[in-house]
Design a protein around this ligand. Structure first.
Ligand SMILES: CC(C)(COP(=O)(O)OP(=O)(O)OC[C@H]1O[C@@H](n2cnc3c(N)ncnc32)[C@H](O)[C@@H]1OP(=O)(O)O)[C@@H](O)C(=O)NCCC(=O)NCCS
Length: 176
């Protein structure tokens, strides 16, 4: 089976990723979530995994880069978000492959000290099995209404150099 993994500009590739997003996070699904009201950042880059034998685009991972603060110290981080595999293509290792590609891309940025993602309890085990650790401190972010404490999802961190496990993170912008 052939698989193609592309890492593309986030804005330019949104049109390709959008149908997969809509299929998984349609309005009727989103409106029931504790994060329904959250405004999200747009991805800087996107990993798109195409599996022609599985009917085309099968998996997406958004990649983010941001200078945040941790305990008031500036630090450059990477992030992943919008991790999604088409429902009929799950448990074939596609998300694992796409996350690996995203982490490689984040590591390739010399300024990055660690990576952050946000997820829901049913995915904790999935990310922990892939080397991500819970961040038990507080996370703040921007929203159109101003700064808020971000508690709608749980933060996980990934060591590039070494990620903090607690303390206070300010995302200095919209969450992802
Ligand atoms: C979570 C998700 C991206 C996983 O995609 P996937 O392509 O099926 O993942 P993979 O095939 O790489 O998973 C590989 C392994 O993880 C396991 N796994 C998948 N989801 C899991 C979960 N939620 N918890 C624990 N293990 C999980 C699979 O059993 C598989 O294990 P195996 O290799 O031993 O069989 C997919 O289920 C999805 O799109 N869910 C809906 C959207 C979502 O929740 N996204 C995450 C946002 S943070």
């Amino acid at each position: 089976m052939s698989i193609e993994v592309d890492i593309l500009n986030g804005d330019a590739s949104w049109a390709r990723a959008e149908p997969l997003h809509r299929a998984i996070w349609g309005r009727h699904v989103v409106e029931k979530q504790p994060w329904a009201h959250i405004e999200w950042a747009n991805a800087d880059l996107r990993v798109l995994l195409d599996a022609p034998d599985d009917g085309g685009l099968a998996c997406h991972v958004g990649i983010y880069f941001r200078t945040i603060t941790w305990n008031r110290h500036k630090v450059h981080v990477g992030g992943i978000g919008g991790v999604a595999t088409r429902e009929d293509c799950r448990r074939r290792g596609y998300a694992s492959l796409a996350i690996d590609a995203a982490v490689h891309t984040i590591r390739a940025n010399d300024a990055v000290k660690f990576a952050i993602l946000f997820c829901e309890p049913h995915n904790f085990a999935f990310y922990q099995a892939r080397g991500w650790h819970p961040f038990t401190g507080e996370v703040y972010c921007e929203q159109p209404s101003g700064q808020i404490r971000f508690e709608a999802m749980t933060p996980f961190v990934y060591d590039v150099v070494r990620a903090p496990r607690d303390g206070k993170i300010d995302l200095c912008g919209l969450p992802w």
